[in-house]
Design a protein around this ligand. Structure first.
Ligand code: ADP
Ligand code: MG
Length: 328
C-alpha cells in the first residue's frame, strides 16, 4: 500500500515552520531551513549549525535524573550534526529553571560534560532564566564539500540504518511485559531513551559513501518520508528487515505492532541512502565496530512510500511518527 508524501498533520511542525518561518535566504546560506542542520559560508569556512529544545513531559519525565537530562540535551542536538556527517565542536546551552536548585544544576552539568568529553565539544556560552524547566542546545561544527543532505536521495540507492531501532519505543510501549519477561532488555531500552548515543564517529565514515542522511528522532518512517519529500523520491521498505535488538521478535509478531513501535522515535540512529556498490567499501571502513548496518529498502523514482511485511503490502497509518502538533 502506498503512502503519499503529503501526510504531514494539518498545522503540524512542518506546516508551521514552512508557513511562518521559511523566508528567502541570504547569499551566505548554503543550506537553510529544512535539513537537520544549516550550512553557512563564513569567510571561506563552512559552518554547520543546529539547535534543539527539550521540555519536561515531552523529552524527559518529571523525576528523570538531572544528569540524564543534561546528557540527552547535548546528545540529541549533536545527533543533528551527525546526520550531516559533521563533528560537533562547539555548543551553546540555554536553560530555563523553576528555581536555583544547585544539586539539579550540578547533576545536569555532569551529564552534559559526560557527553561532551569524548567528542571534545566545547561549551562556549548560552543563557539562564527562571521559568518552566526546559533546555535548548545549539551545536556547531565545520565541514568540507561532503555533507549529507535530506534532498540528495537517488532512485535505486539502498536505504540503510545504523544500530538497533525502536529501543526507546520498546521501553515506552512494552515496559510492563519487558519488566516481567526480560528486565535486562528493559534496562538496555531505558538506557537508550535516557542517554541516546548520537552516531558522531560513524557518520563521518558514512559521509564518505552516502550523499543523503537523517537522524531518527521522530520515527524511522516519518524521518524517511522527510528525505523522500526533500528529494522528491519514493521508497520501498521491508518492515521485516528492521534491525530490532535480539529478543524483540515476540513483542512484534505482525506489521501493526512493528509500525506502532517504529513510530515512537528517539532512536538517534542514522538512516542513510547510498549506492549499494559502496557497501563493501563502507563495511571495510567500518572495521570492527560492532554497530550493525542494515539495508531496509530501496529509493524509487515514483514518489510514494510502499511498505511490505513478509512480501505482503502493508497499509500505512496517517501519522508515521511523532509530531508535537499532531493534535491541537
Ligand atoms: P530535527 O528533528 O532534525 O531537529 P526539526 O523537525 O526540529 O528537525 O526541524 C526541521 C527543520 O526546520 C530544521 O531545518 C530546523 O532547523 C527548522 N526549524 C525548526 N523550528 C524552526 C523555527 N522555529 N524557525 C526556523 N526554522 C525552524
Ligand atoms: Mg534531525
Amino acid at each position: 500500500m502506498s503512502q503519499a508524501m503529503s501526510k504531514a498533520p494539518p498545522r503540524g511542525e512542518s506546516y508551521l515552520i514552512r508557513k511562518y518561518f521559511q523566508r528567502a535566504e541570504a547569499a551566505t546560506v548554503r543550506l537553510g531551513i529544512g535539513d537537520d542542520a544549516a550550512i553557512i559560508d563564513c569567510d571561506g569556512a563552512r559552518l554547520v549549525v543546529s539547535a534543539d529544545t527539550m521540555v519536561e513531559g515531552s523529552h524527559f519525565f518529571k523525576g528523570d535524573a538531572a544528569s540524564d537530562i543534561g546528557y540527552k540535551a547535548l546528545a540529541t542536538a549533536a545527533s543533528d550534526l551527525a546526520a550531516m556527517g559533521t563533528q560537533p565542536q562547539w555548543a551553546l546551552l540555554c536553560l530555563s529553571l523553576p528555581s536555583n536548585d544547585e544539586n539539579w544544576v550540578k547533576g545536569f552539568a555532569e551529564g552534559f560534560f559526560e557527553m561532551a568529553g569524548p567528542y571534545a565539544i566545547a561549551l562556549i556560552g548560552g543563557d539562564m532564566t527562571r521559568g518552566p524547566l526546559s533546555c535548548s542546545v545549539q551545536v556547531m561544527g565545520t565541514t568540507s564539500e561532503t555533507c549529507m543532505r535530506r534532498d540528495a536521495a537517488l532512485s535505486g540507492h539502498g536505504i540503510y540504518l545504523t544500530g538497533h531501532i525502536a529501543m526507546a519505543g520498546f521501553a515506552n510501549q512494552h515496559a510492563q511485559a519487558l519488566a516481567q519477561q526480560d528486565p535486562k532488555l528493559l534496562e538496555q531500552c531505558t538506557a537508550r531513551y535516557k542517554r541516546p548515543e548520537p552516531r558522531i564517529t560513524e557518520s563521518q565514515i558514512i559521509a564518505q559513501y552516502a550523499p543523503c542522511a537523517i537522524d531518527i528522532s521522530d520515527g524511522v518512517l516519518m524521518d524517511l518520508s522527510r528525505i523522500l519529500e526533500a528529494s522528491d523520491k519514493g521508497a520501498e521498505v521491508a518492515l521485516d528487515q528492521m534491525p530490532f535488538a535480539a529478543g524483540f521478535e515476540r513483542y512484534c509478531p505482525d506489521s501493526d505492532t512493528i509500525l506502532k513501535v517504529l513510530s515512537h522515535g528517539e532512536d538517534y540512529e542514522l538512516l542513510f541512502t547510498m549506492d549499494d556498490a559502496h557497501y563493501p567499501a563502507l563495511q571495510k571502513a567500518w572495521g570492527n565496530n560492532p554497530l550493525p548496518l542494515t539495508r531496509i529498502g530501496t529509493i524509487t523514482e515514483q514518489p510514494d512510500m510502499r511498505c511490505t511485511y513478509k512480501n505482503q503490502a502493508v497499509e500505512l497509518p496517517e501519522l508515521l511518527g511523532y509530531d508535537h502538533f499532531a493534535s491541537p
